[in-house]
Design a protein around this ligand. Structure first.
Ligand code: G3P
Length: 222
């Protein structure tokens, strides 16, 4: 995915239940077409295939499990995610942490089916270790800022700069995103000025009164 990368994580908010995920994904699709900026969407797993078949923007899963195709009842395999039309997946989101050995296995299984990977890390130290698993992206998100009103780009720009530097030292091909409290075009611009390839956000769009207005604002400086 070309820079800037904007990923909207729908999480499990009530707003995306009962058809809400498809409606929001279609809104992201139309703003993306209008502005020429790829706004990636992360719908809940239950809507992944429907959304992937319905929009042109990149669709990612919110999580995957370290299982190959086969007798894996109830698990979400990288192979199934790829097969339903998604292009990538988040791994180890702060609201869905998994053991480090499973993170590495998820990345390896994803590579095997050409599924793009975004490992979430709470700080630069964790990001440095996860860069060794060779994901496509690492998203640094200080958990205490997630869902809040202050963007990480304002509250803690140092964690972003430190993550960019730490990841580059381990593997310069791994690109860095940042998230937590991101809400505006200024936040996106600052994230890029700090050395990231883009942002991961949720409540600023999913819980907005006018998500389309927020989406247009996010990309206004790009
Ligand atoms: O995955 C991104 C998410 O954790 C950030 O949440 O609501 O602070 O944009 P939010």
């Amino acid at each position: 995915m070309s820079k800037p990368v904007i990923i909207v994580n729908f999480k499990a908010y009530g707003e995306v239940e009962r058809g809400g995920a498809l409606n929001l994904a279609r809104l992201c699709d139309s703003v993306s077409e209008e502005t020429g900026i790829a706004i990636c969407v992360c719908p809940p797993t239950v809507d992944l295939g429907l959304v992937a078949q319905s929009v042109s923007v990149p669709v990612l899963s919110q999580n995957i499990d370290p299982h190959a195709a086969g007798s894996a009842t109830g698990w979400v395999t990288p192979s199934m995610v790829k097969g339903c039309g998604a292009i990538g997946t988040l791994i180890n989101h702060s609201e869905h942490r998994i053991p480090k050995n499973q993170i590495e296995e998820c990345v390896e299984l994803s590579k095997g089916v050409d599924l793009m990977t975004v490992i979430c890390a709470e700080n630069a130290h964790a990001a440095m270790h996860m860069a060794g698993f060779r994901p496509d992206f690492i998203a640094v998100e200080p958990p205490e800022l997630i869902g809040g009103d202050i963007s990480v780009t304002t509250a803690n720009p140092t964690v972003i700069e430190d993550t960019v530097e730490a990841v580059k030292k381990v593997n310069s091909s791994v690109r860095v995103l940042c998230g937590a409290g991101v809400k505006t075009g200024e936040d996106v611009s600052t994230a890029i000025e700090l050395g990231t390839s883009g942002v991961l956000l949720a409540s600023g769009v999913v819980k907005a009164k006018d998500p389309a207005a927020v989406l247009r604002d996010l990309v206004k400086h790009l």
